[in-house]
Design a protein around this ligand. Structure first.
Ligand code: GDP
Ligand code: IMO
Ligand code: MG
Length: 426
């Protein structure tokens, strides 16, 4: 079972980091294939908390961490993260970075922030990390790649070219000072020597590893419904977090992906703007936020909270072809007498059990709930499905029925050990 991809099935923060960590030392390579340091993957190992934004979660195991070509890399963040982990005794020396990965430079962050301000009420609620503008430059063929750092003259030319239009925009539209191409280039070049030994043709490395039968785990960031093609556009990120994104973002063919695992929270959260039919704007939402500790790992923003939406996850299961799902944070639901689960939408008087085709309909969707019986027993020490209370088991089974894909693992707490394995994920 060599190629496995882990994908968020909702709007992010489902617990992908922990799910990846659970697969542990049996993985040979862990690869980030999309997004940048807009991600925040929290892992708790022996009571110690780690928050990773750019490095693959597999860095806390023995696997070789890889930053694929589809990732946008902020070098300041990369080395800060490496230093923080290094100071905590984590070995980061095996890290590989694709020569084709694009760079997030300081101007991308600035443009991200001023654009959001300019959009006002129509803002996306981005993480402000420069991710969208870096991908725009990539598609616009104005991007700076990791390999450009090793040819100073080329780098300087490319940075100047990238800034030509942007400086006009900053000066004339946004009323900001122009950015110096030399300063940006100098800053990037200051990282070159430290970066050089990590840089590799990662696509070939991964294909060779797969040829040898080694286990390669593709770690999704963001989620299906934040995907620029399949998510709730325009309230999305600027890359392809879906399972198929692992092929373009890591450079492997579709036949290499043997298993696709969807990670889903036992309820739903979202950070930033955009439609969210089951969102709770009342005390119940507040209660979920506080019991689930739903505050962004990256920006600290309170996450919007709501009940489990089966239509949202079912769509992700269908489009990603999930072979398995992993249900996280089930422990957070302990204590509710009844737990609503969204099983359909009412859209202008018509009922649907599938996600609507258009943004307009999605904005008008009113959730139809089924009320499942809750439980009060502490489930955080359960390590097998049989140990779960009857109502908890019934909740899991009902979700499985609604989404149409088997639930192969359950998270019952933040720690690495707090997992129930139903079907081995490897
Ligand atoms: P990611 O972005 O998908 O990796 O998820 P985040 O790390 O942003 O958010 C998930 C949060 O839930 C983190 O703080 C995890 O430590 C925590 N978490 C993950 N799985 C579980 C679980 O099963 N139960 C509880 N209580 N917390 C969990
Ligand atoms: P992980 O990997 C949750 C959201 C932002 C915003 C939108 C666009 O931890 O699940 P961007 O900065 O990417 O241009 O912002 O996407 N977003 C996330 N929400 N978890 C994430 O990552 C996210 N990464 C981006 O809040 O709504
Ligand atoms: Mg997160």
């Amino acid at each position: 079972m060599p190629g496995i991809v882990v994908v968020g099935a909702q709007w992010g923060d489902e617990g992908k980091g922990k799910a990846v960590d659970t697969l542990g030392d049996r993985v040979d390579y862990t690869v980030r294939y999309s997004g940048g340091n807009n991600a925040g993957h929290t892992l708790v190992v022996n009571g110690e908390k780690y928050a990773l934004h750019l490095l693959p979660s597999g860095i806390l195991n023995d696997s070789i961490p890889v930053i694929g070509n589809g990732v946008v890399v902020d070098l300041d963040v990369l080395f800060e993260e490496i230093d923080i982990l290094g100071a905590r005794g984590v070995d980061t020396t095996k890290l590989l970075v694709s020569a084709n990965a694009h760079i997030i430079a300081s101007y991308h962050q600035l443009i991200d922030r001023v654009t959001e301000r300019f959009l006002g009420k129509r803002k996306i609620g981005t993480t402000g990390r420069g991710v969208g503008p870096a991908y725009s430059d990539k598609v616009n063929r104005l991007g700076i790649r990791v390999q450009d750092l090793f040819d100073e003259s080329i780098l300087r030319q490319k940075v100047s070219a990238a800034l030509e239009q942007k400086n006009q925009l900053l000066l004339k539209i946004y009323n900001r000072a122009a950015i110096s191409a030399d300063e940006v280039s100098d800053r990037l070049l200051s990282h070159a020597e430290r970066l050089r030994p990590m840089v590799a043709n990662t696509s070939r490395v991964l294909n060779d590893a797969l040829d040898k039968g080694l286990v390669v785990l593709f770690e999704g960031a963001q989620a299906h419904h934040l995907d620029v093609d399949h998510g709730t556009y325009p309230y999305v990120t600027s890359s392809n977090p879906i399972a198929a994104g692992a092929c373009t973002g890591a450079g492997v063919g579709p036949r290499r992906i043997d298993r696709a695992i969807g990670i889903m929270k036992a309820y739903t959260t979202r950070v930033g703007e955009g439609p969210f039919p089951t969102e709770l704007l009342d005390a119940d939402g507040e209660a979920l936020r506080s019991s689930g500790d739903e505050f962004g790992t990256t920006t600290g923003r309170p996450r919007r909270c709501g009940w489990f939406d089966a239509l949202v996850v079912e769509e992700a299961c269908a489009v990603n072809g999930f072979t398995d799902t992993f249900l996280t944070k089930l422990d957070v639901l302990t204590g509710w007498e009844k737990i609503p689960v969204c099983v359909a939408y009412d859209i202008n008087g018509e009922r649907t059990t599938q996600l609507p085709m258009t943004q307009t309909d999605f904005h008008h969707a009113v959730p139809v709930y089924e009320y499942l019986d809750g439980w009060t027993e502490d489930i955080t020490t359960a390590r097998s499905f049989a140990e779960l209370p009857h109502n908890t088991q019934a909740y899991v089974r009902r979700l499985e029925e609604l989404i149409g894909v088997r639930i192969s693992g359950i998270g019952v707490g933040p720690d690495r050990e707090q997992v129930i394995v139903i079907n081995d994920l490897l």
